[in-house]
Design a protein around this ligand. Structure first.
Ligand code: ZN
Ligand code: ZN
Ligand code: FE
Length: 755
């Protein structure tokens, strides 16, 4: 990222002699000059290093005089030092490059592939290490004399900028029709794409880490058209804005959100939407938030400056599958979605999605860790045999331990599709070969049907590695422990939709005491049946029916009759009565679903987590301390509706959280026509109160919040506030998502502790 040229420049400015070299574990500088010059030099290192670089530590020592004191040089690398290869992340266009592309006097005026050592593609174009041009997808573009000169000049911003390019020698643009016909090239292609967007066409744009689908965000008809063609009913779209001012027009931003928007990582930032936002309602229906982002490639900058209005910007994929990265693949798979394709000839080596963050009470919280962040390593307190952790099934990532560090892949998405499974395999090959590591331990989930678990078994044989299977919720808690480097024991709240427990039931509303690779289930939600199993994930009304069935009374029949057809209801009740196809769960996600359905917010999900999100949003701005009755029991209250097979394990469960009184009061509130806002706020308060009650009983000072439920901002805020008021230290995922994107890190952490 231009660190050595920076040192070179400030050493020369201060008339020092010596050298700078790469050591793998850092850089070494030997500098000689008078005391004032050296002092100025040292203070410049800390105060003006390149913005995208971080100095973790700076050690200064006196050395004997140098033999050659004529000049200051850049040495390539220290062959004696252990050189750990590092893979840089993709970086958003820097301010200097932005200025160049908009200045008609500049050589790269209007050039959409401008970059320098401070910005541009990295991870998405690297084929192999060490990172130099010959091993990137820029290998096919020979440098012209102009670029060559910049590339070789240590004083130039483009010194050793591997993806360096210009209109003479670099990639170029094309606008093509779905059948492959070329309509225009270069600037004409860009201008025609803008005109097409203006008349509400859908454009597939080849971005930095994959294809994106664009359509003007102000035109309801156009956005609806994209929803229909992409078969995406209601899941919110992100919006790409031409400028920060344009974001401010649609969103209520704070300073941290704005600094995230303009950061080199340029993620999608979830921000509160203005009621007056001039956007099509279909962009993010029934959602008070908007995923906003700013241009992060020269192509985006040029396009958005010309268009001067916000566009929906969503991944170019078919739902549940990875993004398209290849031109012909895009024409084939997105041909029925996009009207036109704005493409270029710089190959993308691997899909790297846009990252998503939100700003929480303690700063940035990554919701999806990909472009700009992956695969930068995180510190990891372990230096034993290498561990490869394969994650879960949804929102997946994989992780590989290095010496005292861990590398976590970019968000890979869901693994159900053949493409998803292939991407998982390719990513494993990528990261193990980049670091030339043959894993000695493979960590994976307990669930036998997960694609990642199956790959785990296969890889354990191939690498002759030992396999460790780790319960999903233990991994959730462990991920937060790893991120915050927590030692000693913690009480972890692991609340999500689904994860297989060691008793073969579906867990998800767990309080786990975790320490040294072991865990104990301290408390859990009273289990309830899910009629039809997986189908309950799509239909919150099924979770509600399962809950009601456990505490059945005749009056519930009215509600059930309203929600299910006359053929559905008897079949579901049959399933529940016979306990067939009705697996038990202690899932907090399903409890959210059930409450959402019971109070009439949502019976069927159009996308994952919709009912729970709408329940959260219903409470927006509602401020009350009211709550529902809490009942925790040391011994489970067995009713005739609880199937026998969980009896075995209940012996080891000390605390059961019984939702029954709460659910009965919610039904009463609903019958009394209390607004959803009040019921939702009281429900969130109930969860905060019970967390605090359990924490006090378990009495461990460190508390971890983990699992997809904590994507719910209100929940995280209420629970953490209550716990902190009671004197507990509370941690949750910030650098790593709280959802299943954290599972690979957690698995690696548990495995490292077991070893
Ligand atoms: Zn730049
Ligand atoms: Zn050139
Ligand atoms: Fe999970």
């Amino acid at each position: 990222m231009g660190f050595r040229p920076f040192i070179y420049r400030i050493a020369r400015e201060n008339r020092l002699s010596g050298f700078v070299l790469n050591r793998g574990d850092g850089i070494r500088i030997e500098a000689e000059g008078n005391a004032d010059q050296l002092e100025a030099f040292i203070s410049l290192i800390s105060s003006s290093h390149p913005p995208q670089s971080t100095i973790n530590s700076l050690t200064i020592e006196d050395l004997p005089p140098l033999k050659d004191r004529s000049e200051f040089l850049i040495h390539s690398s220290d062959s004696n030092a252990l050189v750990r290869p590092s893979i840089p992340a993709d970086l958003g266009t820097c301010l200097e490059c932005q200025t160049e592309i908009f200045d008609s006097k500049e050589y790269r005026f209007g050039y959409p592939f401008t970059n320098c050592t401070h910005c541009g593609p990295r991870y998405s174009i690297i084929n192999n290490l060490p990172y130099d041009r010959a091993r990137t997808s820029m290998q096919g573009f020979a440098l012209c004399p102009h670029c060559q000169k910049e590339y070789q000049n240590p004083l130039d911003r483009r010194f050793h900028a591997q993806p360096i390019a210009c209109p003479q020698c670099g990639p170029s643009l094309q606008l093509i029709e779905p059948d492959g016909t070329i309509l225009a090239k270069n600037q004409q292609a860009l201008l025609k794409a803008v005109s097409a967007l203006r008349v509400s066409n859908i454009i597939a744009l080849k971005g930095l880490g994959g294809f994106q689908l664009l359509v003007v965000a102000t035109c309801e008809k156009a956005v609806k058209q994209l929803r229909t063609r992409k078969n995406r009913e209601a899941k919110p779209f992100a919006v790409l804005f031409p400028s920060l001012d344009a974001v401010r027009e649609c969103c209520i931003t704070n300073a941290q959100e704005e600094s995230a928007l303009i950061s080199t990582q340029s993620p999608i930032v979830l921000i509160r939407k203005r009621l007056s936002a001039p956007l099509a309602p279909s962009v993010s229906p029934a959602n008070p938030q908007l995923g906003a982002m700013l241009p992060y490639t020269p192509l985006h900058h040029l396009l958005m400056k010309e268009l001067a209005q916000p566009v929906v910007c969503t991944s170019g994929n078919i739902s549940q599958e990875p993004m398209c990265i290849d031109n012909s693949e895009a024409l084939e798979r997105l041909g029925t979605i996009a009207d036109l394709f704005l493409v270029h000839d710089r190959p993308i080596v691997r899909p790297v999605d846009d990252s998503i963050i939100k700003v929480g009470p303690k700063g940035w919280e990554l919701q999806r860790r990909a472009r700009g962040f992956a695969p930068l390593p995180l510190p990891f307190p372990y230096s034993g045999p290498s561990i490869l952790a394969l994650g879960g099934q949804q929102k997946n990532t994989v992780a590989l331990t290095l010496e005292k560090q861990i590398v976590i892949s970019q968000h890979l998405g869901d693994l159900e599709s053949a493409q998803g499974a292939a991407l998982l395999k390719k990513t494993v090959i990528d990261i193990t070969s980049f670091y030339q590591v043959s894993p000695q331990i493979i960590a994976c989930d307990l669930h036998p049907d997960y694609t990642s678990t199956q790959l785990g078994f296969q890889l354990a044989q191939e690498y002759k590695a030992s396999l460790i299977q780790i319960p999903h919720h233990q991994a959730h808690v462990a991920a937060v422990m790893a991120e915050h480097q927590l030692t000693g024991n913690v009480l972890g709240l692991a609340w999500d939709g689904t994860g297989l427990g060691p008793d073969n039931t579906i867990w998800g509303g767990e309080f786990l005491v975790c320490q040294q690779g072991e865990y104990q289930r301290a408390a859990t939600l009273r289990p309830f049946p899910l009629p039809g199993g997986e189908a309950a994930i799509r239909e919150p009304r099924r979770s509600a029916l399962g809950l009601l069935h456990s505490i059945w009374e005749p009056s519930f029949f009215d509600w059930a009759q309203k929600q299910f057809s006359s053929s559905e209801l008897p079949a579901l009740l049959q399933i529940l009565n016979h306990q067939i196809c009705a697996p038990l769960t202690s899932s907090m996600g399903r409890l959210f679903d059930a409450v959402s359905a019971l109070i009439g917010i949502r019976q069927k999900n159009q996308f994952e987590g919709q009912a729970a999100m709408e329940l959260e949003f219903a409470a927006e701005d509602m401020d009350t301390t009211d709550t529902y009755t809490m009942l925790v029991t040391k011994s489970i209250k067995l009713t005739k509706h609880l199937p026998g097979h969980c009896l075995e394990n209940t012996k080891t469960i000390p605390i059961i959280i019984d939702w029954e009184p709460m659910i009965r009061e919610i039904i009463q509130d609903s019958a009394d026509n209390f607004p959803a806002a009040v019921i939702s706020a009281k429900f969130h308060n109930w969860l905060a109160k019970l967390s605090c009650e359990i924490a006090k009983q378990v009495n461990i000072p460190q508390i971890v919040l983990s699992g997809g439920c904590f994507q719910n901002t209100r929940l995280t805020r209420m629970v953490s506030r209550k716990l902190e008021e009671a004197g507990f230290a509370v941690y949750w995922g910030q650098a790593i998502p709280t959802n299943d994107g954290a599972i690979s890190l957690g698995q690696a952490f548990v495995a490292s502790q077991k070893i």
